[in-house]
Design a protein around this ligand. Structure first.
Ligand code: NI
Length: 179
């Protein structure tokens, strides 16, 4: 089932989400399936449970090719329950981010360049990865959602925050949010 995606300003996006207590709860499988359906319908590359009003530490991400991020390499479809994050170095890099909860906009956001992350998988297994670049950015963005943080709060230069149609006037991105 496709859910409504909450928009910035909704207080449910600002909560620190609760850990998933029972990995085997059948309701969890439904939520995860709904999150993928909702993310795909919105052409997103990631979605966190709080974005559909579910107060749990649960995120999904992954794409083959994204119209929202046409220059980025594919990411494996991943579901993470109760994820954790560790920075591997102090290095940061800036990159453009959008969010399904902040439609039509992009901002230049500093993120850790190199991270290790992990979490519990849907089948109860444990995943751990060391990643960099856009993969690291996507994880950090979704992880922030679990702590009630939206990407505009991470922007250090607010002149680099605006509407896609204005920021990327000459790019194929300009037409993106019109559909
Ligand atoms: Ni987001």
């Amino acid at each position: 089932m496709i859910h409504e995606i909450l928009k910035m300003g909704d207080p449910r996006l600002l909560r620190v989400a609760k850990p998933v207590e029972d990995i085997r709860d059948p309701a969890l499988k439904t939520i995860i399936a709904d999150m993928f359906e909702t993310m795909h319908a919105a052409k997103g590359v990631g979605l966190a449970a709080p974005q559909i009003g579910v107060d749990l530490r649960l995120m999904i991400f992954g794409f083959e090719a994204s119209p929202r991020y046409p220059d980025e390499p594919p990411l494996p479809a991943t579901t993470l329950i109760n994820p954790w994050l560790e920075r591997l170095t102090d290095e940061t890099e800036e990159g453009w981010e959008g969010c399904l909860s902040v439609p039509g906009m992009r901002g230049l956001v500093p993120r850790a360049s190199y991270i290790r992350y992990g979490g519990v998988l849907e089948d109860g297994g444990v995943l751990e990865r060391e990643v960099q670049g856009f993969h690291a950015r996507v994880f950090q963005h979704e992880f922030d959602h679990l702590n009630g943080v939206l990407y505009p709060q991470r922007i250090t230069d607010m002149t680099q925050f605006g509407f896609i149609e204005a920021l990327f006037r000459d790019s194929q991105l300009a037409a993106l949010e019109a559909d």
